[in-house]
Design a protein around this ligand. Sequence first.
Ligand code: TRP
Length: 332
Amino acid sequence: MEKKRILTGDRPTGPLHLGHYVGSVANRVKLQDEYDAFVIMADIQMLTTHFEHPEKLHQDVLNVAMDNLACGLDPAKATLFIQSMVPQIAELTVIYSNLVTVQQLSHNPTIKTEAAQYNFGESMPLGFLSYPVSQAADITFCRAHLVPVGEDQLPHIEQTRKIVRKFNATYAPVLVEPDAKVSEVPRLVGLDGNTKMSKSLGNAIFLSDPPEEVKRKVSTALTDPARIHPTDKGHPDVCVVYAYHKVFNPEGAADIEQRCKAGTIGCVPCKKLLVDVLNRFLAPIRERRAVYEKDPDSVWDILNKGTARAYEEGAATMALVREAMKIAYFPQ
Ligand code: TRP
């Protein structure tokens, strides 16, 4: 029996950070054996927030691909590809845009949060408002069954499901309605305590940060503001460092919680412990990344092959879509 498919991926806006890892990359690596995995470098989606900087995409597509490979995505199992090189995604986006209302898009909570973050105000680009439609095309062009994502992406998966249902009911049931799969740790707070780690918020630890940089960033992390002296009783629940211990140091976290509450471990040694934990976690990722950094051509080759496969899938889906819509004018 053929494996079921997953599709997931990222906007290449810079190197990936720990939030990406926890929210989605760890899951895609774990699922790549059981599923036929497609991983999209969503370069067109990056333009919805950074249209004036397409020249950055070349490096950032490479960065995101290297990060995925360094985290253990195996190109023999997973298909890494570039969104803009699969034109069927653009074709589907145009067709789907008739099946969505402006109203639905403007009520999408993730769109609202991001619009505030980018300060669009009255001048929101149409492409930004409608990127969930394009994301529905990203997911359905290869007829994916499952989408491993962080919880901020759930409204987009729900939108995708609505589009698929509407398409299938209106034309013919040829599209696959995908399920979302949220990881056990759906979201990582930023170093500054913001609810989301994000490059644009400047509160991220990148998977490619060197050990010294990890140390520097952790030293800036928000801790319990009520704690002045190391012997003060702390409140781990409001501490970013403790939040990271819980995720990356699950065996040690209970002890740290207890000692923080009792005032028997100060923030400085607690941060030092975290730096060690993170650097141990990142060491093998850095090592694998270094191999790809020395040989970027091998990464472009992986992307080129993956994109060729994605193109084939896109062509197959477009043939079904045209059949379903009775606009398959010429015999194939
Ligand atoms: N919107 C996702 C993010 O910001 C990236 C993305 C683009 C995506 N296309 C996708 C995620 C398709 C899952 C499926 O991280």
